[in-house]
Design a protein around this ligand. Structure first.
Ligand code: UD1
Length: 421
């Protein structure tokens, strides 16, 4: 297992290109299963989760061709089976996203149950209930979801909780269903909108994506017709580099991004003392060498503050001026980074789902490791300001979601390198 070694102390300065969004690319790759003709997807980030998804599709017999710019051409004409094995699903929960498309286009699917994960139990009951309401016959046996349906039927689904991949699975299933489906209390995340745009580009009839009621008029077939779709920029990668710059008192300009998708995050960065200027596709953050001010926040579904940025703001608060209170409302166990930050000298008290962070002048380096993707990233950020050499272990979590993090941070002047284990 590779490690990252970071020597803290350098303010980040410079310019960076943001990659395509992991959380949009994953459902869109799964949605390609619905297309009767080959489709090309661009701006796909170079990440472990993308490789896992490609392997998953490849094992089903789907033909994939990747060009040097990482455009992926997907042809489902060669599909031979509708099976997602445990060994792949357990490394990436988002594998569940193949369930809806397989069921609605091919009438059957066998997908491993994802099981628990580091940030909570994360069940898929709402995915299954929604598909059952559309007429699917679903059984869970030996750790696998067995689903069958002649043709799914449109219906009204009211989700108990806002679920991002749950909404996406149901939108994909409904795209080829007989009749109209209404999904209420739907997730409003930009990645859901990107998926709907992709499906509409293939001939689907989806309205209301980005609001909490999505209407899907089922069609009989979808087709890419050689179309090229470009994935939207990654708002969480964007936010992570902005926090990195803010924590180190730096100045960065991020290109190929979408500031309009980051309102809640930019608002909190301004509260922390950052000067932020934007164009349609760039964000410039300047701390003028100042120490950030502590901010308090509460995570919640979009458009509120994203849970995927919580760990990074915990890291920033640990060196900010003042006391910040962070409440996590989306996942029940998403403070695994706190203990590691405490080992670096952070002053953080945890009370159930709330972290109370008293900012320190600085942190001290320590060997640390993390158990999930965003927690790992937050430890890298802590390492950027810590005195000494921080060693971050188990960075395969980071490789799941950040493209070339050490190259991008080095480009901004950080002292960071990867060492093979
Ligand atoms: C997605 C994102 C992830 C992000 C999360 C919340 C992808 C690939 N991943 O994950 O990065 O952190 O949204 O913004 O897009 N729940 C249930 N039953 C279900 C489904 C969900 O109880 O059937 C609960 C979960 O346990 C959690 C909450 O709903 O407490 C939200 O989870 P959900 O939005 O489904 O997260 P993911 O889609 O897995």
């Amino acid at each position: 297992m590779d490690k990252l070694i970071i020597t803290g102390g350098n303010p980040l300065h410079g310019e960076l290109r943001i990659s395509g969004a992991k959380n949009a690319a994953l459902p869109i790759l799964a949605a390609a299963l619905l297309s009767e003709t080959p489709i090309v997807i661009g701006n796909v980030p170079h990440l472990q989760d993308i490789t896992t998804t490609m392997e998953l599709l490849g094992r089903m017999g789907v033909h994939l061709v990747v060009d040097e710019k990482l455009n992926i051409e997907i042809d489902t004409g060669t599909i031979t089976n509708f099976f997602a094995p445990y060994e792949l699903v357990r490394t990436m929960r988002a594998s569940i996203l193949v369930l809806g498309p397989l069921l609605s286009r091919f009438g059957k699917a066998e997908v491993s149950l994802p099981g628990g994960c580091a940030i909570g139990s994360r069940p898929v009951n709402l995915h299954l209930q929604g598909l059952a309401a559309m007429g699917a016959d679903i059984h869970v046996r030996n750790g696998y979801i067995h689903a069958e349906a002649k043709r799914l039927r449109g219906c009204r689904i009211v989700l108990d909780m806002v679920t991002v991949t749950g909404t996406e699975n149901l939108v994909m299933a409904a795209a080829l269903a007989d009749g109209t489906t209404l999904i209420e209390n739907a997730a409003r995340e930009p990645e859901v909108v990107d998926l709907a745009n992709f499906l509409n580009a293939m001939g689907a009839k989806i309205h209301g994506a980005g609001t909490d009621i999505i209407e899907i008029e089922g069609v009989t077939a979808l087709s890419g017709q050689g179309a090229h779709y470009s994935i939207l920029p990654d708002r969480i990668e964007t936010g992570t580099y902005l926090v990195a710059a803010a924590m180190t008192g730096g100045k960065v300009r991020l290109k190929n991004t979408r500031p309009d998708l980051l309102d809640a995050v930019l608002f909190k960065l301004k509260e922390a003392g950052a000067d932020i200027t934007t164009t349609d596709s760039t964000i410039e953050l300047d701390m003028h060498g100042r120490r950030p001010l502590s901010v308090s926040l509460r995570t919640a579904p979009y458009p509120a503050f994203p849970t995927d940025m919580q760990a990074q703001f915990t890291a920033m608060n640990s060196v900010a001026d003042g006391v910040g209170v962070i409440t996590e409302t989306v996942f029940e166990n998403r403070f695994m980074h706190v203990q590691e930050m405490q080992r670096m000298g952070a002053d953080i008290a945890l009370e159930s789902n709330t972290a109370i962070i008293r900012g320190r002048q600085g942190l001290t380096a320590a060997p640390v490791m993390a158990t999930d993707l965003r927690a790992s990233a937050s430890l890298v950020l802590a390492g950027l300001v810590a005195e000494g050499q921080t060693v971050v272990d188990r960075i395969y979590h980071i490789d799941r979601g950040y493209e070339c993090i050490e190259e991008k941070l080095s480009q901004l002047g950080a002292e960071i390198r990867r060492v093979p284990h």
